[in-house]
Structures are given as structure tokens and as C-alpha cells.
Design a protein around this ligand. Structure first.
Ligand SMILES: Cc1cc2nc3c(=O)[nH]c(=O)nc-3n(C[C@H](O)[C@H](O)[C@H](O)COP(=O)(O)OP(=O)(O)OC[C@H]3O[C@@H](n4cnc5c(N)ncnc54)[C@H](O)[C@@H]3O)c2cc1C
Length: 442
């Protein structure tokens, strides 16, 4: 037994880990009556990949095919986005959608149907999938895609590993000319200004905003909008030799060596951090040039940054509100967070485009993700935020969740009961279960 927890370090479970390199081995492991859940790199924050028996896909990680001329890639589900980037960047290809860390597996990216800074333009990861092969509860392997076994396909994208184990996936990469980005940083004085800027810059390929959720009064919700485009060779021509278009500067990753003591992250330290962050952004009308790693994965520069919240861990609370209610809903929710002063670092605000993917999280509107260290009063406070999210027609992101109640899930996800029916059809005896699915009654 090993103690396992995901990125939020909450909750923790003693689990037996099943590892496999070939599907036959995995099939033998699954012959028992035990329930299991698949797990990649554990970058979901809560309990979606936790169970007493965990199937780790990390050794099942071969690239099966990469066509340099078309950007077609197929691989086993334990391949990480970092591994894909290592081979595809130098050939002029990039991930079609990437989250804020490259340390996630392809299986995890599909099961959470992850989104990136380009959701308003390119949708989520599943929009770029060609097909997936699934290992089902009865031991059979079924290929599915938007056209073949589509019911299984759409309930697996965002289905949090509950329909079966994703074995292999084929998807399309995105053409790039260089490994660099042109980045534009714009400061917003308050929340409505930030929303207005997000809309003005919605034509940009990538856009994300950081909000200071602790700011009260007239500057409540002040923030910074960052937009970006993949840099063309013309932009780089003046600065680099043609051969260096895909080279990155050498960087050192630092590691947070220990858990910060409880109480160190409080409203005073967070307010000070947010103030410094807000002021030190160099705001310019001219875009700057940054490498893709700095643009997409700033947090990956610090190994184990999650230890900053201490041993008790933290919850990343992420919700989305429909576009029509986003302005009023966000104002009320951000105001509750700033009033409570519950110690949230800079929160992330993104605009989602139109999407209707059955059980997946995104809907057209704004999504906000805020970190809260686990504390005595946190859970009742988050229940209060849940009520506001539902009042404005929103929902919470399952991959960040560790505490949502069943009613909140059923109310927020309009296809929740259809999803449960499909799960029961493919997995009638409940072979695939996580602490989260038990809590939510899926
Ligand atoms: C710093 C940071 C930034 C992030 N930014 C974003 C972001 O911008 N956008 C976003 O959408 N997400 C974001 N995330 C969340 C992350 O992308 C997802 O939680 C992702 O699913 C994690 O992948 P994983 O390989 O670590 O999977 P795990 O965390 O191990 O598992 C996540 C889910 O996938 C299921 N799963 C994993 N592998 C398989 C498989 N082979 N078959 C079936 N089910 C499987 C698990 O059962 C679980 O339900 C971020 C996370 C971190 C830590």
C-alpha cells in the first residue's frame, strides 16, 4: 500500500498501485472483483483518480505513430504532454490544446477533456481527437470516435475514467513555424474592465487573465490579461539564426524542498504577493517575444509548487458561468471571495467558446479558478459559492473537485443522469470507481 494524493494534496488514500506495460498484463490484474480507477500523473487536484486500487498508466507510454508531414499522432495513454512536445516541436508541430502544465498524460487529458488558453478558438482536447481505444469493464477493447461508438466516445471525454480505461489515442497536432510566442500584456483596473478587455481581445489565438481576488472596493477584480500568438519565422528572423527557430534557452527548474508551515499563506502574505505581481508586470503596447515554455507553463518552472499550501493541502475551486450571466455572477462571487479574505493567490480567468460535449466541463462563458488552502471554515464557504454558481447557471470542474455534493453535480451538469445511465450500460457492475464517483453517486 502507498499513500497517494493528487495535486491539491487533499484527500489522501492508501492504495495499491497496478502497473502494466502490455494490455494482457492489465487484463489479468482486472480479473478480480476489486473496483479500480485509472491514474496518470495525478495532476487533477482532488479525488477523481483516487481509489484503494489504482491503475497507473505511466509505464504504458509508447508513441505509436507520428507523421511529420500531417501532424497525425497516435500513442498509448500514459504518454505525457511533455514527451509529445519533446518530439514534435522540432518538427514544427504543437499540441492542439494544452493545460497550464505539461505534466499530464494523454489519458488524463481526454478523461478530463482539458481546455487551454485557446478554448474560445479551438475548443477542448477532445475536439482534436481522431479516435480512442477503450478497455471496458467486461475485458473487451472497443475503438470509438465521434462517428463510431460515439456515445462511448463522448461519455469518455470528460468522463473522469468512469467508462473504462483509455488505452490508446490518435489526434491531430497544430502547425507552428517557431517555438516562440508573441505575447501582449494588458492591465485591467477592475473586473468589468477585465471582462471588457477579454472580449476586445477575443480574436487572439490564446488569452488568459490573472485576477487579484482579494482586492476590495473600486478596484475589485483588477487583473492582467495576457494574449499570445505563435511567432512566425518573420518575427524571429531579425533575432535568431534560421536553425535556432525551435531551440529554447536553457532553464533550471527549482524545487520547493518542503511543505510550507500552516498559516504561512494568509490574507496578508497573499495580498502582498498579489500587489507585487500586479505592479511588476511590464505593460506595453508592443508585444514581447517569449518561448512557448514560459508562455504556457510558467508554474512548471517550480517543481512541487503545491507544497506552498502546507501539508493540509488546498482546493482549486474552478467554475464556469454561461456568457449571459458571467458579468453579474462573477461580480457577486469575486466579491464574496474578497470579503472572506480566504487567502486565494492570483486567480485565473478564461473565456470559453461554444461547446456542447455531453459531460465535459466547458460551456460558452467565463471560467474562474481560485486556490484555497484547506482550513476549518473552507468547506462551508465553498458550499456557499456552489449555491451562487448554480444560481447563475454554472457548474464546477470535476478534475479540480474534491468536495462537491451530489446535488451540485446533478444540478450543474445538465446531462449528468444520461451520463450515469451510459456509465451503467458499459460498466453495469461498477468496476470503475473513484472516491469522487462514490461521493457524487455516479
Ligand atoms: C498546474 C496545473 C495547471 C493545470 N491547468 C489546467 C488547464 O489549464 N486546463 C485544464 O483543463 N486542466 C488543467 N489542469 C488539470 C489537468 O490538466 C487535469 O487534471 C488532467 O486530467 C491531469 O492529467 P493526469 O495525467 O495527471 O491525470 P490524473 O490526474 O491522474 O487523472 C485525472 C482523471 O483522468 C482519469 N484518467 C487518467 N488516465 C486515464 C486513462 N488512461 N483512462 C481513463 N481515465 C484516465 C482519472 O481517472 C481521473 O479521473 C491543471 C493542473 C495543474 C496541476
Amino acid at each position: 500500500m502507498t499513500m497517494v494524493m493528487n495535486w491539491g494534496n487533499f484527500p489522501k488514500v492508501d492504495a495499491e498501485i497496478i502497473r502494466f506495460r502490455e494490455t494482457n498484463e492489465l487484463l489479468r490484474h482486472l480479473e478480480t472483483d476489486k473496483t479500480v480507477i485509472a491514474r496518470g500523473l495525478g495532476r487533477c487536484y482532488g479525488d477523481s483518480s483516487l481509489n484503494r486500487n489504482i491503475v497507473s498508466t505511466l509505464k504504458y507510454n509508447r508513441i505509436l505513430h507520428f507523421d511529420h508531414s500531417t501532424g497525425y499522432m497516435s500513442c498509448e495513454s500514459g504518454v505525457t504532454l511533455q514527451e509529445i512536445l519533446e518530439i514534435c516541436i522540432s518538427k514544427g508541430w504543437f499540441l492542439p490544446v494544452t493545460p497550464g502544465t505539461k505534466y499530464v498524460t494523454v489519458g488524463g487529458a481526454i478523461a478530463s477533456d482539458i481546455h487551454g488558453k485557446n478554448h474560445h478558438k479551438d475548443g477542448s482536447f477532445s475536439n482534436h481527437l481522431i479516435s480512442i481505444d477503450m478497455l471496458l469493464a467486461d475485458g473487451s477493447i472497443l475503438s470509438c470516435s465521434p462517428d463510431e461508438n460515439s456515445e462511448l466516445f463522448w461519455s469518455t471525454c470528460g468522463g473522469m475514467g468512469l467508462t473504462g480505461i483509455i488505452l490508446r489515442a490518435a489526434f491531430s497536432l497544430k502547425r507552428i513555424e517557431t517555438a516562440y510566442m508573441t505575447q501582449h500584456v494588458i492591465r485591467a483596473k477592475d473586473l468589468s474592465h477585465l471582462i471588457q478587455l477579454s472580449e476586445t481581445y477575443a480574436h487572439c489565438s490564446y488569452s488568459v487573465a490573472w485576477i487579484d481576488c482579494l482586492r476590495r472596493g473600486k478596484n475589485m477584480g483588477r487583473g492582467i490579461l495576457i494574449t499570445g500568438e505563435h511567432a512566425s519565422t518573420e518575427v524571429l528572423n531579425d533575432r535568431f539564426a534560421t536553425t535556432a527557430f525551435f531551440d529554447l534557452p536553457q532553464k533550471k527548474r527549482i524545487t520547493l524542498p518542503f511543505y510550507f508551515p500552516a498559516g504561512m499563506i494568509n490574507s496578508i502574505s497573499v495580498r502582498a504577493f498579489n500587489e507585487i505581481y500586479f505592479r511588476r508586470q511590464s505593460i506595453g503596447t508592443a508585444p514581447s517575444l517569449v518561448d512557448y515554455d514560459t508562455f504556457f507553463y510558467p508554474l512548471d518552472a517550480i517543481n512541487q509548487w503545491n507544497r506552498i499550501y502546507g501539508r493540509r493541502g488546498f482546493i482549486q475551486y474552478q467554475f464556469v458561468l454561461p456568457i449571459t450571466n458571467s458579468g453579474t455572477g462573477l461580480t457577486e462571487i469575486v466579491s464574496e471571495i474578497s470579503k472572506a479574505g480566504m487567502g486565494a493567490f492570483l486567480a485565473v480567468l478564461k473565456l470559453f467558446g461554444v461547446q456542447d460535449h455531453f459531460i465535459a466541463f466547458p460551456i460558452e462563458g467565463y471560467t474562474l479558478a481560485v486556490d484555497f488552502p484547506v482550513s476549518k471554515n473552507l468547506f462551508s464557504f465553498l458550499d456557499k459559492l456552489d449555491r451562487l454558481v448554480l444560481k447563475y447557471g454554472g457548474r464546477l470542474y470535476l478534475t479540480k473537485d474534491a468536495r462537491m455534493k451530489r446535488e451540485v453535480f446533478l444540478h450543474g451538469y445538465e446531462h449528468a443522469s444520461d451520463f450515469i445511465a451510459i456509465k451503467n450500460k458499459y460498466d453495469p457492475h461498477g468496476k470503475f470507481q473513484s472516491l469522487q464517483s462514490i461521493r457524487l453517486g455516479i
